[in-house]
Design a protein around this ligand. Structure first.
Ligand SMILES: [Zn+2]
Length: 134
């Protein structure tokens, strides 16, 4: 029986494998089925190892999913792309909005009393891109 290919932990190292490290993850229970954080599924590498990972990364579904989830590899690890920076800001705004929504529920404020909050936050924290986008 031929030897099966297994997950190489160096694939998770950003310096050694920047093309994989952002989206690939190890499944501890099965080292032949790595997990793709972009496609939210595992795929088999038992026959072709690294080539299977490359094949998955270049597949049309993975590329399409990566474009929509902001996990697409950047051109350089040392220079932020405009797209990933924009996604990071959107994540921060969403996080702030969720925290604010939870606070509203926790203190039982009415939605009418919070109606002008976004405007107020924008004025109070005029230097914050997050508050401006809230
Ligand atoms: Zn994928």
């Amino acid at each position: 029986m031929a030897k099966q290919c297994t997950f190489n932990k160096q694939w998770l190292d950003f310096k050694l494998n920047p093309e994989f490290a952002r989206w690939l993850d190890l499944v501890p229970e099965n080292s032949s089925l790595p997990y793709c954080k972009v496609c939210l599924k595992s795929f088999n590498i038992s026959n072709m190892g690294r080539q299977s990972v490359l094949s998955h990364a270049n597949g049309p579904k993975h590329i399409k999913n990566a474009q929509s989830t902001c996990l697409q590899p950047t051109i350089s690890l040392f220079a932020k792309s405009t797209r990933s920076e924009q996604c990071a800001n959107e994540d921060k705004v969403t996080s702030a909005e969720i925290m604010w929504a939870l606070e509203i529920v926790a203190v039982k404020m009415s939605l009418n009393s919070c109606d002008k909050s976004a405007f107020l936050f924008g004025r109070m924290f005029h230097y914050s891109k997050i508050a401006q986008s809230f």
